[in-house]
Design a protein around this ligand. Structure first.
Ligand SMILES: [Zn+2]
Length: 376
């Protein structure tokens, strides 16, 4: 999160009073008027001045709303004559003594590697189409489970049956019990027909490099890189089955079957759900998706901007999608779909690995990693 620092006027005034009092080594009453003077002590003085009435420090009445959510840190680097009551965590004091600290540069740098994620994408592509009920689909599920197992994530299968076809969602959990649950999701099946391709190609399967493999690749590389130790959340990686067969993809099938099944069978209430779908395009454009939770998507796009991705992550609604985030929204879970729907090879035979850039995978992966690792 970006931390904001603000000058609290009343606080500075109180600090000034403290300093003036403290520098003199004794507690002296303030001059009441501008013309009041303090008589210099003389050698002949024999009596201490009569004690005045008990001085009670009356805090000034704030005329502006008092900002309490962030402490105002003030600089005390070596060489400053008047140390203040608070210090900068890293001593970074660009404005000089007594000024407000610069925001600490504590944001952890993400480790997510786009090239490694691209290898995870190629490994899925090597299996051929991942159509529910097909050998490639079974192999893709096994590959995801084996990868997660190698990385030490506890992965489980959630079997489901639909239209006579057996399928499974795959759910990996880490940091169990550490705090509220955050679900990151992606679908791993690929569409049975490339009905956006012309002519006879329209009955061939979609290879699913962007639409399928790219989201899975991001989740697997996140499993490899996210620093779980300091994250006060339980993290689930959900690999949804049977997302992409609606509107005649397979006869009589609907969209988002696996995610609907998972959401309907949740016995917990996660804090947030983030879906990554179709995010690998080399010509990446990530606009807000229309149904996504407004606060959560703004938070994620701000993290992306902090990482320098603001030309790709555009904070404006462009498309509104029926996608795997919707069943979670229906259950009152704040959910966001990170999707690049400006992809000319969508549901065509040309959705192949050469359309994907490792940098695109990396931008999305680093945004999610940074969000998780710096989230309070
Ligand atoms: Zn699709």
């Amino acid at each position: 999160m970006k931390t904001t620092f603000r000058i609290a006027g009343p606080f500075l005034l109180a600090a000034l009073i403290w300093l003036l009092a403290g520098c003199g080594g004794r507690w002296a009453p303030f001059p009441v008027t501008a013309t009041a003077t303090v008589a210099p002590p003389t050698a002949t003085a024999t009596e201490p001045p009569a004690p005045t009435a008990t001085i009670t420090a009356v805090p000034p009445t704030p005329t502006l709303p008092v900002v309490t959510e962030e402490p105002v840190l003030q600089c005390t680097p070596p060489g400053c004559a008047s140390p203040n009551v608070l210090t900068c965590p890293d001593g970074d004091c660009p404005g000089g003594c007594g000024t407000v600290c610069s925001p600490p540069s504590e944001m952890r740098a993400p480790d997510f590697d786009g090239e490694r994620a691209y290898d995870d994408l190629l490994a899925q592509m090597a299996l051929g189409p991942r159509i529910p009920g097909s050998p490639g689909h079974t192999a893709a599920g096994d590959l995801i489970l084996a990868t997660l197992d190698d990385l030490g994530w506890a992965a489980e299968e959630q079997p489901l049956s639909y239209q006579g076809v057996e399928g499974r969602n795959l759910i990996a959990r880490a940091n169990e019990g550490a705090g509220p649950i955050i679900i990151l999701g992606a679908h791993y099946d690929t569409r049975a027909i490339a009905d956006q391709s012309p002519g006879e190609q329209a009955t061939e399967p979609v290879p699913g490099a962007v639409d399928g493999a790219s989201g899975v690749a991001v989740l697997l590389e996140l499993a490899r890189t996210v620093d779980l130790d300091d994250i006060p959340h339980e993290i689930w990686l959900a690999f949804f089955d049977m997302e992409d067969q609606g509107s005649g993809g397979m006869p009589g099938w609907d969209w988002i079957v696996g995610s609907t099944y998972m959401a309907n069978n949740l016995d917990v209430q996660p804090e947030a759900m983030v879906l990554v779908d179709m995010i690998g395009d080399a010509d990446q454009q990530l606009y807000y998706e229309g149904f996504s939770d407004a606060a959560l998507r703004a938070e994620l796009w701000q993290v992306a901007a902090n990482l320098g991705y603001d030309t790709v992550f555009v904070p404006e609604v462009r498309h509104s999608m029926l996608d795997d985030h919707r069943p979670f929204l229906s259950r009152g879970i704040p959910a966001v779909d990170i999707i690049d729907f400006d992809y000319p090879y969508w549901h065509t035979v040309e959705d192949t690995a050469d359309k994907v850039a490792p940098e695109s995978l990396e931008r999305v992966g680093r945004t999610l990693e940074s969000w998780l690792e710096n989230k309070p």
